[in-house]
Every structure is written in structure tokens, then in C-alpha cells.
Write a protein that binds this ligand. Structure first.
Ligand SMILES: CC(C)(COP(=O)(O)OP(=O)(O)OC[C@H]1O[C@@H](n2cnc3c(N)ncnc32)[C@H](O)[C@@H]1OP(=O)(O)O)[C@@H](O)C(=O)NCCC(=O)NCCS
Length: 147
């Protein structure tokens, strides 16, 4: 269901919650954003499990024929206390138009003021998260996956 529509450079961007997002579309936007370098884009079963195990999947689509996917947020949350955003990706051709911020705004709107949002930034995206007002946490910790 479309949650909101925003005009960007003569095109309408549709933001929606898509719990059943197609794995091939998810893969394509990861690759087109550059995030495919760090995600298992050649392991369809794992990508599928990442989508089915997430409980907040938000999309940004262009409101033209076929409604191409141009951005995605995939997250895990209890909708009460905390949300972990595992991917935020915007296709390279659509970057710099406010869509990454739009997806984060939509996530915050859906989660509401009681829910904190955490994530691990890619090095090149640190400036983006600072720009949208996220606080850098020196005390965050991480066990790396082994594969
Ligand atoms: C990082 C990313 C999600 C940002 O999305 P986007 O749609 O390009 O960003 P927006 O257009 O919404 O930018 C919002 C603001 O942040 C700024 N910004 C965007 N990317 C930035 C960056 N990498 N460094 C510093 N500032 C940045 C924009 O200039 C804009 O500033 P403004 O409010 O003054 O206009 C997108 O570039 C992307 O998908 N990158 C590759 C994948 C990735 O690194 N994802 C993050 C994984 S943790």
C-alpha cells in the first residue's frame, strides 16, 4: 500500500511498505546502489531469507509504467523499543534527490517516537547519516559474521 507520494524533478516518488518485496527487485536495487559489494547478491536463498526474516521493508518507486524500484530499507524491529536497519539503498541514478532521506523519514514515521533506530554505516555514507541528524555512537559493538 502506498503511504506517501512526493514530487522529485517532475517525477512522483511513491513510498510504501512492501513486506512481500520480490527478491529479484531487492537484489537489483542493492546492485544498482553499490551496496551489492557488501551483500550476498549471488546467494538468492540467503537474500530471500533476509527479506522474509525482516519485519519492516519500505520501498521507493518511480510512479511511471512498471513502477521501478529505486530505493529500499530493510529492517528488523519490535515496533516498541528499537529498530535495526540492515540496508538502506538507493539506485545510483536516483541518488542525491532526497530519496534516502525520504525512506528514513518514512521509517521514522512508521516506527513512531518510542522506537530508536540503529544501523552500521558504510564508510561513504557516514556524511549522509550525519546530514539527516543521526547521532554517532562511540559505544556501539559488533560481532562479525564469519561468512
Ligand atoms: C547513502 C544513500 C542511501 C543516500 O541516499 P540519497 O537518496 O542519495 O541521499 P539524499 O538525496 O536523501 O540525501 C539527503 C542529504 O544527505 C546528503 N548526502 C547524501 N549522500 C551523502 C554522502 N554520502 N555524504 C554526505 N552527504 C550526503 C545530500 O546532499 C542531502 O543533503 P541536503 O539535505 O543538504 O540536500 C545512497 O547514496 C546510497 O544508496 N548509497 C550506496 C549504498 C549505501 O552506502 N547505503 C548505506 C548503507 S549503510
Amino acid at each position: 500500500m502506498v503511504q506517501s507520494a512526493v514530487m522529485v524533478e517532475n517525477s512522483q516518488i511513491l513510498y510504501a511498505s512492501e513486506p512481500e518485496l520480490d527478491v529479484a527487485e531487492f537484489r537489483r536495487v542493492l546492485v544498482e546502489s553499490g551496496l551489492g559489494e557488501t551483500r550476498p547478491v549471488d546467494d538468492e536463498a540467503r537474500l530471500r531469507a533476509m527479506l522474509s526474516g525482516a519485519n519492516l521493508v519500505l520501498t521507493a518507486r518511480l510512479d511511471v509504467e512498471g513502477r521501478p524500484l529505486i530505493g529500499v530499507v530493510r529492517a528488523v524491529t519490535d515496533f516498541s523499543w528499537v529498530c535495526y536497519i540492515s540496508e538502506l539503498a538507493v539506485s545510483q541514478s536516483a541518488q542525491g534527490l532526497g530519496i534516502g532521506k525520504g525512506l528514513m523519514d518514512e521509517a521514522r514515521r512508521q516506527l513512531g517516537p518510542s522506537v530508536a533506530i540503529s544501523l552500521i554505516s558504510m564508510p561513504d555514507a557516514v556524511g549522509f547519516y550525519e546530514r539527516i541528524g543521526m547521532k554517532r555512537m562511540a559505544e556501539a559493538f559488533w560481532f562479525s559474521r564469519k561468512r
